[in-house]
Design a protein around this ligand. Structure first.
Ligand code: FE2
Length: 182
């Protein structure tokens, strides 16, 4: 709750403050802001990258650990994972390995690349994978603020437990939306 109510809220408040001086930009989506950073005034680009990224990344983070389930089998993402990583256990193993390799404040994302393949990517700070032309469908927040209160320095315990609560239905939703929106 601290992560959601304090950290995410701080990014939202800061982004709203930046955009309060630019009414013309207020109807843009977070994705549109991130993808078009170069069209914004130079003096607000860094703040926009950090805060629009911070809001987007956290919203995705909390969305994919939302415990509400419909019971609908996440068939498409499961098949894509098995096709690419041979079996689900291997996919989870790679996810944990990569997450443990993140150095400093950042994220591990699972994305869809331009070849419609699944691709892991590590980003620093609140940078967004939209800037890399990748579409995010899952991520883990590896900033210390994400786990320090509960786990202190035991980051791998946080990663192991995070994997257990990911709602694959949400990842499926994003996976399917990507292909529907194309
Ligand atoms: Fe965070």
């Amino acid at each position: 709750m601290y992560h959601h109510d304090k950290h995410l809220k701080a990014y939202i408040d800061k982004l709203n403050k930046i955009l309060s001086d630019y009414p013309g930009y207020q109807n843009l989506s977070l994705k549109e802001i991130i993808e078009n950073l170069s069209s914004f005034p130079q003096n607000i680009r860094t703040d926009l990258r950090n805060n629009a990224g911070g809001v987007f990344n956290h919203k995705l983070y909390f969305d994919i650990i939302n415990p509400k389930k419909t019971g609908k089998e996440p068939i498409n993402i499961t098949n894509a994972i098995i096709k690419q990583y041979k079996d689900f256990g291997e996919f989870v193993k790679i996810f944990k390995q990569q997450a443990n390799e993140v150095f400093g404040s950042g994220y591990l994302f699972l994305t869809i690349n331009k070849f419609n393949e699944l691709q892991f990517v590590i980003t620093a700070n609140q940078n967004s994978v939209f800037e890399l032309n990748l579409y995010p469908i899952m991520l883990i927040d590896l900033w210390e603020h994400a786990y320090y209160l509960d786990y202190q320095n035991r980051r791998s315990d946080y990663i192991n437990n995070f994997v257990k609560i990911v709602n694959l239905e949400k990842v499926e939703e994003r996976y399917v939306n990507y292909f529907n929106d194309k």
